[in-house]
Design a protein around this ligand. Structure first.
Ligand code: GEK
Length: 251
């Protein structure tokens, strides 16, 4: 399975290296340019989660169904799904509302020679049409959706999912216990330092994300997924304050 993105035309992430005026984080062209380096160095477990999305897609994709990657960015999870899905009549759709991301994503998809067609939509995942789904991925995307809109999105995904289908949901989480919150945050920052980010970069990025990325507890996610219509919710991966869940609709 070759799901790695070509790294030749991506830049190192130095976006927060110099002191800058505080402003909210946006998925613009500057972020799109450095995105593979940024996410690999910032999200513990990302490089494990991506190929496992391919493994999960292989197990749960159903013939003649739709598979979605919602908030696809440059298509890393889309490509993993493409390589995992073994039915050539599946329709694979990547959705992102950042035109800069979709433009670059198109390029990566074109460089990959797998025969399963990929449709990219520059669209808001809150409005985009979802139907007849077997595998849907939200890989670190729901955290950017305003909390008040998360329940209706998950209800729409569950309603669009066939019996036996799944949602893969990866998120940065927070913790009820202040002590655990502090320890997991510290370990995440150690991970970033080990990947070459300075204290200034870590603190400026943290401020930029404060209003934009809203983490919730694992319990909140489990409850919401169950209420939305999924029958089984399990955590298949956790590294510090980053988890990936599998929500399954019974056959
Ligand atoms: C990966 N899944 O590499 N509608 C559409 N797209 C959205 C919305 C929305 N409402 N909100 C945010 N996005 C990818 C990584 S990144 C995670 C996902 C991160 C998009 C946003 O434009 C961005 O491309 C993506 O969700 C989040 O596996 O940067 O930590």
């Amino acid at each position: 399975m070759n799901t790695s993105q070509p790294s030749t035309d991506t830049e190192a992430d130095r976006l927060f290296a110099e002191a800058r005026k505080p402003s909210d984080f946006r998925f613009d062209s500057a972020v799109a340019r450095v995105f593979p380096d940024m996410i690999r160095r910032s999200v513990p477990g990302y490089t494990t989660i991506i190929p496992m999305i391919g493994v999960i897609a292989e197990r749960y994709a159903q013939p003649d169904s739709h598979c979605y990657d919602l908030g696809c960015s440059l298509g890393a999870a889309t490509l993993a799904m493409r390589h995992g899905i073994s039915f050539n009549d599946c329709t694979l759709i990547g959705v992102d509302n950042s035109a800069d991301m979709i433009e670059r994503c198109q390029h990566y998809i074109a460089l990959d020679d797998h025969p399963l067609p990929v449709t990219l939509r520059c669209d808001d995942i809150l409005d985009t049409e979802l139907r007849d789904a077997s595998v849907t991925t939200l890989n670190f995307t729901l955290q950017f959706v305003p909390p008040s809109k998360r329940t209706s999105l998950l209800e729409r995904i569950a309603a669009a999912t066939r019996p036996g289908g799944v949602l893969i949901l990866s998120e940065k989480i927070c913790f009820e216990s202040e002590q655990e919150q502090a320890t997991q945050t510290l370990l995440h920052h150690e991970f970033k330092r080990a990947n070459g980010y300075s204290d200034l970069e870590i603190s400026q990025k943290r401020s930029a994300l404060e209003q934009v990325l809203v983490p919730e507890t694992l319990e909140t996610h489990r409850d919401r997924l169950t209420r939305a219509g999924f029958d089984q919710v399990l955590v298949w991966y956790q590294c510090f304050n980053f988890v990936s869940m599998l929500a399954i609709k019974s056959s």
